[in-house]
Design a protein around this ligand. Structure first.
Ligand SMILES: Cc1ncc(COP(=O)(O)O)c(C=O)c1O
Length: 219
């Protein structure tokens, strides 16, 4: 039952006219759980501590310097020197959507390699932005060989080629060595979903392809 006891001033008036009454809730006190699924996972105590620090505005000079630190740390995690390495403040799906919204224009050929749950999601998103989606399918639990990827990229000459680095639905790790360069040589951008691979297995963005042409997103 809601309680308005102790509420004074303008809020008390608000309470009198409110259709939805303020519910009585207790102090937030989540239980400790050991999270063993593919996500979410338990955060390091340093992360918890950082999350209780004071907020600052996004135009604060201190924010800009923190952002630069985060960008350098991300460049280290992905092993790239690309200046345009940025975090998206949202879920993995928000980053997927950001890639598709910014990279797909109506009529663009988008080649999606699907071997699990997340490839078809990319295909869905690309088609909603008007992309002409071509889906290469492999059985769940398997990965695409470099030769199969090469044959398809050379055949279709897409604007965008999309692969899931670690298919969470099966645990299959898709080798990406050389795929960035292959796409670059065929005029395509490569989007690689590294949501569950990053920090779990090595990602060598610059070594595996041209950093200018690859968009990878993490959880
Ligand atoms: C490979 C992969 N891509 C994308 C996503 C979507 O991320 P989110 O659940 O944070 O939206 C997930 C989520 O588990 C994922 O495993």
């Amino acid at each position: 039952m809601g309680s308005t006891e102790g509420i004074t001033g303008p809020l008390a008036d608000y309470e009198c006219t409110a259709i939805a009454k303020a519910p009585a809730v207790t102090q937030l006190n989540p239980p400790h759980r050991l999270l063993c699924g593919p996500g979410p996972g338990n955060a390091h105590p340093r992360v918890h501590a950082a999350m209780s620090l004071p907020e600052i505005g996004h135009l604060d000079p201190a924010f800009i310097s923190m952002m630069e630190d985060i960008k350098s740390l991300l460049r280290y995690a992905w092993q790239t020197n690309n200046e345009f390495t940025i975090p998206v403040s949202g879920t993995g799906s928000a980053a997927m959507e950001a890639c598709m919204a910014n990279l797909v224009e109506a009529g663009d050929k988008v080649l999606i390699f699907s071997n699990g749950y997340f490839g078809p999601r990319l295909a869905d998103m690309a088609s909603r932005y008007g992309g002409e989606v071509i889906e290469e399918k492999a059985p769940w639990g398997t990965v695409f060989s470099f030769d199969a990827i090469k044959a398809s990229v050379e055949k279709h000459k897409p604007v965008l080629a999309c692969l899931v680095h670690a298919e969470t639905s099966t645990g299959a790790a898709q080798p990406l060595e050389g795929v960035g360069k292959l796409c670059h040589d065929n005029g395509a951008l490569l989007v690689a979903d590294t949501v569950t691979s990053i920090f779990g297995v090595p990602c060598h963005l610059d070594k595996w392809g041209s950093g200018r042409r690859v968009r990878w997103y993490p959880k």
